[in-house]
Design a protein around this ligand. Sequence first.
Ligand code: MYA
Length: 578
Amino acid sequence: MHRGILASKEVFPYPDVLTLEQKETVDSMLDPFQRFFTEVNNAGRNDENSVVDDNTLKNLWELGGMGIQVPSEYGGLGMNNTQYARLCQIVGAHDLGLGIVLGAHQSIGFKGIMLYGTPEQKEKYLPKVASETVYAAFALTEPSSGSDANSIRSRAVKSADGKHYVLNGSKIWISNGGWAEVMTVFAQTEQLDKKTGQMKDKVTAFIVERAFGGVTSGQPEKKMGIKASNTAEVYFDNVKIPIENVLGKEGEGFKVAVNILNSGRFGMGATLSGTMKKCIEIATEHANNRVQFGQKIKTFGTIQEKLARMNILQYATESMAFMIAQNMDSGSQDYHLETAISKIYASECAWQVCDEAIQILGGMGFMRETGLERIMRDLRIFRIFEGTNEVLRLFVALSGVQYAGNHLKELQRAFKNPAANLGFIFKEASRRATSTIGLGGTDLSANVVPELQESAKKTAACIDLFGKTTEEVIMKYNKNIINEQIILNHLANAAIEIYAMMATLSRSTRSVQLNLPTAQHELNLTKALAIQGSERATLHLRKATSGQLKSENTLTSLISEKVCEENGVHSTDVIGLN
Ligand code: MYA
């Protein structure tokens, strides 16, 4: 996409990876999960008490809910990403607080052992965390290291005999941090830099047991939402970690950390698509019954617009999350940009959907009893943790810009010796020439059903504009593009909109081809998203290269510098008091 060329392999057709048996397995768990959340768990009570009671947790463990993806030989349910995502939707619809207990445990807490564990590590730890009520946590963040994950200060020093490391340091805001017995912990370690021959600090990942000694936790944090989950500081004081508890290779812990996060982020999309479903249910129930000015409020255009937008955003979020989960299940290794996009999109759409649901309910939405205020408080953190949306936007834009920039460099090199690179240059030149005169360019027509040709054209036009815009900003800013965060944000926003449009085009095409009863409605959702999403994407791309951007950016810097200098707003009293 960043080169204006669509690699459609993982988008069209919409993946459908589950075997009949796998579908039956997950289907057989839907009802027990649903019953657990409606009959045993009580989200409101968890929120009030800021804790989940032991009996509820015991039930969740017995259900297998804490080891959904752990292979059955280690005592888990042995589900893949797609099956996990389907169960996450139920969690998201009922209790995000409990979802974090569950998610911090398996989405990131012991995921490293699943992804990087040696056979011995898996043998030792997976049965405990899957079914023996041993909680896991992921300990990366520190007081001075949030988004800048590489800058952690916790340090592990290898013993002279090389048999263990000694870990010192502290971590903050660790979900399950107060009670986890097994943790994936990241710390700086001295490693030989092969390039320079010098020793250099590099992050290493460790499996740390509380039972090693020297591990303590702070009091549970008092939070705005997800109160049912435990969030605490964790301190490591001369913790002796056996060398066999290094997770992955020594010095490669940063990659371990980001890959655990990459591989867990799709779960958030799936979870929040369930939350949105719930909000839409609450809002429609009200819209269907509430009468004002002599009419059901569902007949008012303003309410209809809200409900439609909520449904569109939910559909796109769900389509993305399950496209990614299924691609991961069919062996894709290159999904980190997609999962980042999914996390950003899901967390922002869920916020909007919940907010609009509250607005539709009016005063009722503000009352505790409707449950929406808890959902809204719970949702707020999703734009912050597992990578803030700001840092993930930069990650999406910069990765793409780097990729497109490398291609441009290749082209420049090719021009230095045109005779040897004629084929490459010719191909690129003809692609550009045809797209300049409005021919060529991205063509999605073969990928979608006739009903969606117009929507596909809109999306394709955005992809072409995206490629051109990316190239233009690279030519203009070169390496300095890294400092142009506002432009990068526009590029990321366009990428997110385009990916959402593609996911829905693909899914609804499949629904039409399978003649599903919801196909017509899905077509409507997709068409509406294509109109709205392409307008937003185009606006972002125009802004990225707009002549006014420079003066707007200058003003932005001046204003924010002044605000920071003054520690707040800078204006004289509005009615001239002092
Ligand atoms: S846990 C804490 C979450 N914290 C973060 O996510 C930290 C965010 N920061 C980062 O990801 C990185 O530091 C960034 C890069 C991106 C800022 N995939 O020089 P670099 C490679 C693959 O750019 P930096 C929490 O909140 C890069 O290509 N590779 O690095 C839990 C380069 O490679 P090379 C990546 O500027 C809350 C190298 O690394 C990635 O230092 C609880 C260095 O790159 C990537 N993503 O920083 C949640 N990033 O050297 C509960 C970088 O080869 C769970 N690289 O060129 C809830 C689950 C949902 C519910 C479930 C319910 C059921």
